[in-house]
Design a protein around this ligand. Structure first.
Ligand SMILES: Cc1cc2nc3c(=O)[nH]c(=O)nc-3n(C[C@H](O)[C@H](O)[C@H](O)COP(=O)(O)OP(=O)(O)OC[C@H]3O[C@@H](n4cnc5c(N)ncnc54)[C@H](O)[C@@H]3O)c2cc1C
Length: 387
């Protein structure tokens, strides 16, 4: 359930207004992700990402089932693609178990029974039966329609231009609210700064590109992901699929110079682009967060042959010529960087000041976690913030 739902349940007479700068709520992160309801295996024990992901996936699955929305309970195989990934497998198993995820260590035979196309070079994998896929656009549109029908005011094409305490400025004028929540995704840090927060973080967007298998008859029964490098905050190139059965491969994780830089040079603002370019050059020089390794891997993903060679460790029989001509999907990760710790921030960040709550770093699995996230923000922040 959304934050608006949680709030309505607790304050039935409250007036709720949602400002959205685009003409719909699916122009950015929520409309551009793979719709995977992650299990919670990846995230450090005790992190918000671990806790809210585990709770959130069950809530969203139940929502899809209750409302007859598309849900594929396909499960996920996590496959080692190198000797070092094989060493990581037991660590990831332990991490998942500590987070309360049901995860099994499976052998070659079971891997093939689950997904006949899986690569079994290292003879074992992790299997998470609870991972599912939904259509994120369908979920978001369903939620928005339901909220609008329940009397929540959804103001599309209405950007928040400024905030001061509980006062919010939009092109429609200034409104004074009892509580304000900034959940502006790629712009959340900017809105927070405009509201007067002294942020210790800088912003570093990453672009995730996906390619599609061009053969409409090509199918995968399961999601197939690599055992990731736990030193990098990315999951690695994997498979994804949609309700039509189309299969996608990706994403890349390319550091970029604009918050909405989906294609070419579009979406790059000059001042911010220069600042991001200088920041990246410095991080590469200092090899902050293993960025040089990441850059090397990313350079490989610029070509279809490079993506196909990453995939070869996961599934058999996919050649560069199988990829669709152009990119199938592009999303941008709302990542913040902590200059003091010299690290990409690896958890959700929630800050509160002057009656406003700011949600930063809503990176994956924020879509999976969103219903639990709403409940958490409501319980932990809004009751104390309410005037
Ligand atoms: C390539 C990729 C794949 C992913 N796959 C998954 C996945 O499979 N599963 C998963 O759980 N997560 C996934 N994620 C992460 C997930 O997409 C995001 O964590 C999630 O969508 C974030 O939601 P959000 O509401 O914070 O952001 P958004 O959906 O971007 O919403 C923020 C909204 O704020 C609006 N806005 C911005 N500024 C203003 C302003 N000034 N005034 C008014 N409105 C404003 C924007 O227009 C936008 O609609 C993926 C991310 C990427 C990049």
């Amino acid at each position: 359930m959304t934050l608006a739902d949680t709030w309505r349940q607790r304050h039935p007479t409250a007036r709720i207004v949602i400002f959205e700068k685009e003409a719909s709520s699916i122009a950015h992160g929520t409309g551009r992700n793979s719709g995977v309801l992650h299990s919670g295996i990846y995230y450090g024990s005790g992190s918000l990402r671990a806790r809210l992901c585990v709770e959130g996936q069950a809530l969203m699955k139940a929502y899809a089932e209750t409302h007859g929305l598309w849900l594929d309970p396909c499960g996920k195989l996590l496959v080692p693609t190198s000797e070092s990934a094989l060493q990581t497998l037991p660590l990831l198993l332990e991490r998942g178990q500590a987070n309360g995820v049901t995860v099994e260590r499976v052998d070659r035979q079971t891997m093939l029974a689950l997904e006949p196309r899986v690569e079994t070079r290292y003879g074992e994998a992790l299997w998470i039966a609870s991972t599912s896929v939904v259509n994120p656009k369908e979920i978001a549109v369903h939620l928005a329609t339901r909220l609008a029908n329940a009397g929540v005011s959804l103001r599309y094409s209405t950007p928040v231009l400024g905030m001061s305490g509980r006062q919010v400025t939009t092109p429609e004028g200034v409104i004074e609210a009892g509580v304000v929540v900034n959940a502006a995704g790629l712009y959340a840090d900017r809105v927070a700064t405009a509201a007067g927060l002294q942020l210790l973080y800088s912003f570093q967007p990453f672009k995730g590109k996906y390619w599609m298998h061009r053969d409409p008859a090509f199918r995968l029964r399961r999601l197939v992901y690599p055992i990731p490098d736990l030193n990098l905050p990315f999951l690695g190139v994997h498979t994804a699929h949609n309700a039509q059965g189309q299969v996608f491969f990706g994403p890349s994780s390319t550091p970029i110079l604009g918050r909405e830089n989906y294609r070419g040079l579009a979406g790059i603002e000059l001042g911010e682009g220069v600042r991001l370019a200088l920041g990246l050059a410095k991080k590469l020089l200092l090899n902050t967060n293993g960025l040089r390794q990441l850059a090397w891997r990313e350079a490989k993903l610029l070509t279809k042959a490079g993506v196909a060679s990453e995939l070869a460790g996961l599934i058999r029989g996919v050649a560069p010529s199988d990829f669709s001509e152009s990119l199938a999907k592009v999303g941008i990760r709302s990542q913040i960087f902590d200059p003091k710790a010299k690290q990409l921030v690896n958890d959700f960040v929630i800050l509160e000041q002057d009656g406003a709550v700011h949600i930063l770093n809503a990176i994956s699995p924020a879509f999976t976690a969103s219903f639990a996230f709403a409940r958490y923000v409501s319980d932990q922040f809004l009751t104390t913030t309410l005037r």
